[in-house]
Ligand binder design. Structure first.
Ligand code: DX5
Ligand code: ZN
Length: 215
């Protein structure tokens, strides 16, 4: 079954509560929460405070940390109520396995993300510790970009690596996902789709989610 996680990044920033209700009533599986620190990526978005308000609704929140020093933020995002915490391999470096263990120890799903030009081999040593692997299908930093086709080859390769090792993490794709690109990502092996612009621009968000889940 394909899971869908609309990204808050593309919502109306004057009405985050309404955006969350829209996501819940659409039948989506989680809210994707893009944390940008102005250093790992140029923009700055939102942090633990807003997440702790939104998480009181009891709906799963998938925190995508586009930050340097992700180890500094694990406890505060876990305290804020994130269901899943995803850190970037490029930011975690040699500490990646430790960080993933710490996320699990806090009772959250542990995720790792790779940017388009980072090979999936860079996370191979820590694959056993991943509940989720997020393959960025655009350069992180902003919404509304076009999916970069070669990133889907990485999804395929990752699916193969996991199969060889008897692992079955969630494979999530993020960036440029819409009704045209989603089938390509699912065929490559993704089973969780993040959609920002396409979800919030959809005339009928529930129909949009149904279409993606039926692929
Ligand atoms: C980009 C973010 C994405 C973004 C996707 O850095 O990680 O989650 O919201 O937006 P769309 O779906 O518009 O490409
Ligand atoms: Zn994201």
């Amino acid at each position: 079954m394909i899971k869908v996680a609309p990204s808050l990044l593309a919502s109306d920033y004057a009405a985050f509560g309404d955006a969350l209700e829209k996501v819940i009533s659409s039948g989506a599986d989680a809210l994707h929460y893009d944390v940008m620190d102005g250093t790992f990526v140029p923009a700055i978005t939102f942090g633990q405070g807003l997440l702790s308000r939104l998480s009181t609704r009891g709906f799963p929140i998938d925190a995508h940390l586009m930050t340097i020093h992700p180890e500094k933020h694990i406890d505060s995002f876990a305290d804020a109520g994130a269901r899943c915490i995803t850190v970037h391999q490029e930011a975690a470096g040699f500490a990646l396995c430790d960080i993933l263990r710490r996320i699990r120890a806090r009772g959250c799903l542990a995720g790792v993300s790779v940017k388009p030009f980072t090979s999936v081999d860079a996370i191979s040593d820590c694959l056993e510790l991943c509940d989720l692997v997020l393959i960025m299908t655009v350069e992180p930093g902003k919404g509304g970009q076009k999916l970069i086709p070669f990133t889907l080859e990485k999804v395929k390769r990752l699916r193969g690596l996991c199969r060889e090792r008897g692992l079955d993490p969630i494979i999530e794709v993020d960036g440029g996902i819409n009704t045209e690109t989603a089938p390509l990502a699912v065929n490559a092996g993704a089973n969780m789709l993040v959609a920002g612009s396409a979800f919030f621009k959809a005339e009928d968000p529930a129909a949009f989610v149904r279409t993606l889940k039926q692929i």
